[in-house]
Design a protein around this ligand. Structure first.
Ligand SMILES: [Zn+2]
Length: 145
């Protein structure tokens, strides 16, 4: 899969003065995935909601091409593969559900790796990269994302 960057607009969130769009930026480069988002960005570089790791996204209205199922798959890919090159845990510790916070300094019972002693990469599966690539591009241009 080749590198790509895209901006998506899954939908809008209701605020006191109306509904405002949420945007996400997906960057896939040399096998590395990064996803960030912003809720209701304004022209001053601020936003009404949160920005950065806003997953799981809360929406009141879906954009064309988006629904609960698409959003759920996107959310799972984001949760599992964002910063896939920067994992503290080995593949076994990942299966065991260990995190750096819960098991700092502990050896893996299978391979002996000490959690957090280096950065481990996990591969983003082809289907997930394809899924992200095929998400509908935003029809409106955000002031920033
Ligand atoms: Zn291990």
């Amino acid at each position: 899969m080749k590198n790509f960057t895209k901006i998506i607009n899954p939908g809008k969130v209701q605020y006191s003065n109306g509904k405002f769009p949420t945007f996400c930026k997906i960057e896939y480069k040399d096998g590395k995935l990064s996803i960030t988002g912003v809720e209701a960005p304004d022209i001053h570089g601020n936003c009404k909601g949160s920005c950065g790791q806003i997953n799981p996204i809360k929406l009141d209205v879906f954009s064309d091409g988006w629904d609960e199922e698409v959003l759920t798959v996107f959310s799972i890919i984001w949760d599992k593969y964002h910063l896939n090159e920067l994992h503290a845990e080995c593949e076994h510790q990942a299966i065991l559900g260990w995190t750096y916070d819960t098991h700092v300094g502990k050896n893996c019972p299978i391979c002996g790796y000490i959690i957090g002693s280096e950065w481990k990469s996990i591969i983003v599966p082809e289907w997930a990269v394809e899924y992200l690539y095929n998400l509908p591009d935003t029809k409106i241009t955000p002031t920033w994302v």
